[in-house]
Design a protein around this ligand. Structure first.
Ligand code: IYR
Length: 223
């Protein structure tokens, strides 16, 4: 395919004062986002999830090959299968597989092997990275920067969900190969992240530890 260019007519420039106000407003909003583990079973209209996924699909990615597949799960039976498999892996993790140092790092979050949110929340979104695409004729097309691309798209999804008042959990049951089996995904797809999406439970709490963010000087270097 040869390169073709069109004017970037969607670009909007702001004054420095507007930029400052917008950057601050965005920060003030996004800093209220919390990863949630206590979900309500209240349903969420599917079209809202679809629009958030359209936003995710705009993320920058390798060669614009969009090497991701989002599997949206609302079927209670499939959710139960995922929960059973995830809790099995997590029990092994918390009861021996995880090194002490890792468990100590997790202690302030209060996580454990119980993953009831996997059957309570209205949606699970399994995010797969595709190392290659399969054309209908069976030909393989290689993808690039798959994990980076999926990370960028998932970050965009998380931000979109927060923007419309939904909460999410970036869940990483390890290993997550079971997602390919339960969801019957093709072999070019590898599960990278399992998102849990919905409303927070009415009495939802979040770990205090999660409020502690590093000051700018600690994680940013200007050269
Ligand atoms: N996958 C486990 C453990 C876990 C690991 C990290 I790194 C976290 O930030 C949180 C949890 C679990 O989901 O409980």
């Amino acid at each position: 395919m040869t390169a073709e260019f069109v004017p970037h007519s969607d670009y909007v420039e702001f004054s420095e004062a507007e930029m400052r106000a917008k950057a601050q407003a965005f920060y003030d909003n996004i800093k209220t986002r919390r990863t949630v583990r206590e979900f309500s079973d209240r349903p969420v209209p599917r079209d809202i999830i679809e629009t958030c996924l359209l936003a995710a699909g705009t993320a920058p990615n390798g060669a614009n090959l969009q090497p991701w597949q989002f599997v949206v799960i609302s079927d209670p039976e499939v959710k139960q299968k995922i929960r059973t498999a995830a809790e099995e892996e997590e029990a092994a993790f918390y009861n021996g597989r995880a090194p002490q140092e890792w468990l100590e790092a997790l202690a302030p979050l209060g996580t454990d092997a119980n993953k009831d949110f996997l059957t309570i929340a209205p949606y699970l979104i399994a995010v797969f990275g595709k190392s290659y695409d399969l054309l209908p004729d069976g030909k393989k097309v290689k993808n690039y920067y798959v994990t980076e691309s999926v990370g960028l798209a998932t970050g965009t999804l998380i931000t979109a969900l927060h923007e419309c008042g939904l909460v999410s959990l970036t869940h990483t049951p390890s290993p997550m190969g079971f997602l390919s089996e339960v969801l019957e995904r093709p072999k070019n797809e590898r599960a990278l992240i399992l998102m849990v999406v919905g409303y927070p439970a009415e009495d939802c709490t979040v770990p205090k530890h999660a409020f502690e963010k590093k000051p700018l000087e600690e994680f940013v270097t200007f050269v």
